[in-house]
Design a protein. Sequence first.
Length: 149
Amino acid sequence: MKGISTILATILIVIIVVAMVSLTYTFAIDLFGSSTKPAEIGITTTTQKIDKRISFVIDPSCTWLSSDYVWQISFSIRHEGSSSNITLNEVSAFFGNDPGTISGWGTEPLSPGRIKTLTVRNNSAVNWSKTDLFTVVAPGNDVSRSITC
């Protein structure tokens, strides 16, 4: 009977030690996972934004539309990223600090490597008879050129 008690006690100690080690491992993994999740989300978001870079294909140009009494800036942008599409909601255009309305986008997003030729009209009565920066803002970067309207 003494030999069986020793064997049972040894088996019980082994089971307790295995349970404690597995609980410690589970606690450590959960702690590590919850502490690295915000950083992982931040890196993923930043990587997606960087992947949405644009560049001008040709320099923007201004045209006076006398029938509408507005300036229209024509420009072409290329998607320089490699995997994420850019939608119209992610792009805006400014002449100086004045926002404009982008047209010519269509329904399809701008996919990597592709080019879109677009136009921008002023939204408000502003002094566009000047030389200023024309800036197109995208998630990955902003591109600017100095133009005279």
